[in-house]
Design a protein around this ligand. Structure first.
Ligand SMILES: [Zn+2]
Length: 63
């Protein structure tokens, strides 16, 4: 499993979600490794994650 996401990393992931929702793309890079971030939905879940599956990931419930 990936390490726990830190507060600073989580903040960057949240900013990436907002960026995606506003512009349709994410310019922010992964706060841990610098790779691109991916936004996806799965049912009512919103997932923002690094392209590296072993890296950071944040899942939250959408509306
Ligand atoms: Zn990463």
């Amino acid at each position: 499993m990936a390490d726990r996401v830190t507060t600073i990393e989580y903040d960057t992931l949240n900013r990436a979600v907002r960026q995606f929702l506003q512009t349709g793309k994410i310019q922010l890079r992964c706060p841990r490794c610098g790779k691109p971030l991916i936004y996806e939905t799965n049912g009512s879940l919103e997932i923002i994650r690094c392209t590296d599956p072993a890296c950071v990931k944040s899942v939250r419930r959408g509306i």
